[in-house]
Every structure is written in structure tokens, then in C-alpha cells.
Ligand binder design. Sequence first.
Ligand code: PMP
Length: 283
Amino acid sequence: MGYSLLNDRIVTDEEVVIHKEDRGYQFGDGIYEVIKVYNGQLFTAQEHIDRFYVSAEEIRLTIPYTKHKLHQLLHELVEANEINNGHIYFQITRGASARNHIFPSADVVPVLTGTAVETSRPFTNLENGVKATFVEDIRWLRCDIKSLNLLGAVLAKQEAFEKGCYEAILHRAETVTEGSSTNVFGVKDGVLHTHPANNFILKGITRHVVLQCAQEIGLPVQEQAMTKQQLLAMDEVFIASTTSEVTPVIDIDGQQINGGQVGAWTRKLQAQFETKIPAPVSI
Ligand code: PMP
């Protein structure tokens, strides 16, 4: 039997009933997070929880639980579902109330839900790399908020999928922003490049881990946007996210990167990332 998070309780999946006028359902009026579980342990949980509260604040939604309480609930969600390797998804909406764009009255309580999934790590993609395609970034101008509104990302990812690609690399005019659900990195002449953390991208937690790894292995970082042409001319390209980790990109719209081979810096970053993965707890 599967268990879910519903507000401040762990319940069976069947017990989760969402109101048809939930604002998440009608307006995408809410925010979410995904946290990876390695060997039964939540990875960078505090960073994800902190970002959850920042996203909530940016949309003027008050989460009715402390960060500590939420952390505890997420831990219980993992335990209840006996997740060893996988991830948890959780979201909070502004609650259910008769449809009206204006915020509901203060007595309407936000609705928190969460799910845990057992999945294996993406070993094949990590090893061989993936293909990507450029797609115009038609999203709104607050991509730093992890909003439930994902239509721009959904349409881009679908376009990539239909072209046989794993990821859509988004661009505004000639400037590369990020992937539809990942941050984009390039290595050129021994320097790691990625878009600065501003309103045009989500400040990925994995992005932060990658920048830490780069520092640890002596790879200098330049947080500056790249054009599409500059990205194509990089020695190495990779994407990073909670579930994709450090995934090499070996082909963009049929143009090979590094001759279609995973680059040496990407391999070093992957290895450094690996050292941060929580080890199994011995009993
Ligand atoms: N950018 C976007 C648009 C995303 O949706 C995601 C993943 N949710 C990321 C970047 C990567 O963020 P993280 O490393 O925190 O998973």
C-alpha cells in the first residue's frame, strides 16, 4: 500500500481527496519541490525545504508549518513507503475556494500533498550522455519560483521528446537560459559556464552542488549566460537536476559536442558528485 502526505499527516494514497476548486488545480496557484532519496536518506533536504519557503514567500503563500515540522513529515513519508532509492514530490496550493483570481479569505487553508516514488538512478544517461534540442523559452519572467505552472516546460519537454531528445534547452532570443527541468552547463578551455541565478532560471539545488564540486576539483566557474552558438562551441555540455544528477549532453539538434563523447571535466564532476551521495546506513 502506498502512503501520501496530506497536510500534517501521513495517510494512505486512497485517503487523498482533492477539492475540484483547489486553486492548484484551477490556477496552478502553488509551488512544489522534488527531493532525491539515496539509500533511504533525503539528499540536500534542507536546501530544498528552504527554497520551498522562498517560493511560497514570493507568491505570498504562508506555509502553516515550521521547516522542522515539514522536514519531519517528509522523513515519515520516505519511511512509510520504505523508499530506498527514489525521490519525493511535494506541493502546496493556496487551498480550495470558489473560483476567483483574487486570493481567498484568510480562513482558507493551503493544501500540502506529497508522494514518494522508488526509482533507480539514471545510470545509462549518466554513462552515455543524452541528446538535446533548442526550444524557445516562452515561460514567464519569474522562473526562479518553483511554481506549479509548468505549461512552458511541459510543451518544451514534449517537443524534445517528439524529436527523440531527452531535454529541451531553452533560449530567450539567442541567450540560453536553462533546460525545461534542468540547469545547463558548458565547459570551455577549462572554465565552467552557466547562467547566473536570476529570474530567468530556477536556482537549482543540484546546480549549487555542481558549483561546489567544481570548486573542489579546481574547475573555475563563470556564472554568465551563453548564446546558443557559444553553447554549441563548448568543449563539453551537461545538464543537472535532482533526478538527472550530472547528465552529459553529447548532441544538440544533430550537432555533436566533443565528438559525441562525454568530456573529461564532466566525468570528474560526476565522480565528485558521487562522493556526496549519502552512503547506506549500516545497522
Ligand atoms: N530548472 C528547472 C526549470 C527545473 O524544473 C529544475 C528541476 N526542478 C531545475 C532547473 C533543477 O533544479 P534542482 O537541481 O533543484 O532539481
